[in-house]
Design a protein around this ligand. Structure first.
Ligand code: ZN
Length: 202
């Protein structure tokens, strides 16, 4: 159930977010962004989330999301918490190996709060980055937040292994959304820079 065929998808345009130094980028195509926002809207007052799946660009500087998966059936959704289940995920991920699509990270919906990762979110993402099972050196977390479903905001962070989280920002927030409801991408100054030298070439 990828929610790819939502009967009433939100209209949106592509979303590219990047770190201020340009080393990390995440691209979410319009269809996948619409899928994600539709799942958020349909979750109403409950938190929800799921997986980001895709591939890396040739230069390995851009994570391109090719699938947005909703919460596995054994997930627990509450008004102020979300525990993402695991049922069926490994089998689905294994089946994508042939098309070279991989686990890229997670997405969350915080229905009545800011689109910021919680302390728990950060801990979990750091654990994922360090986990040999996930085998993902730079997992991404996209958080959708907002107090009203008509004004959602999207914030992404990348969690490089052994680094502080790095906030990714949209260079052109005005073009994120066309039509109603509107989506605003808040440009913050809270980006945390990595403490240690870059280990990756652009
Ligand atoms: Zn969260």
């Amino acid at each position: 159930m990828d929610y790819e065929e939502s009967p009433n998808p939100i209209q949106s345009s592509d979303l590219t977010m990047r770190s201020s130094d340009g080393r990390f980028r995440v691209r979410v195509g319009s269809r996948h962004l619409a899928t994600l926002l539709t799942m958020c809207r349909e979750s109403e007052s409950l938190e929800t989330g799921g997986l980001l799946v895709g591939r890396y660009s040739e230069g390995h500087d851009t994570a391109v999301v090719t699938r947005v998966w909703g919460p596995p059936k054994d997930s627990i959704r509450r008004q102020a918490s979300f525990w993402r289940g695991t049922r069926g995920l490994q089998r689905k991920l294994d089946s994508l190996w042939r098309t070279q699509e991989y686990y890229l990270g997670e997405w969350h919906y915080h229905p009545s709060g800011a689109a910021q990762p919680s302390k728990t979110d950060i801990r979990q993402m750091v654990r994922i980055a360090e986990s040999p099972e996930y085998n993902c050196l730079e997992p991404v977390l996209i958080v959708v937040g907002g107090t009203r479903p008509t004004e959602l905001e999207v914030v992404a962070h990348v969690f490089p292994r052994h680094h502080s989280p790095i906030r990714l920002e949209s260079p052109d927030p005005g073009s994120l959304y066309s039509g109603q409801p509107t989506l605003a991408c808040r440009l913050g100054s809270s980006q945390k820079r990595a403490n240690s030298p870059a280990t990756r070439r652009k």
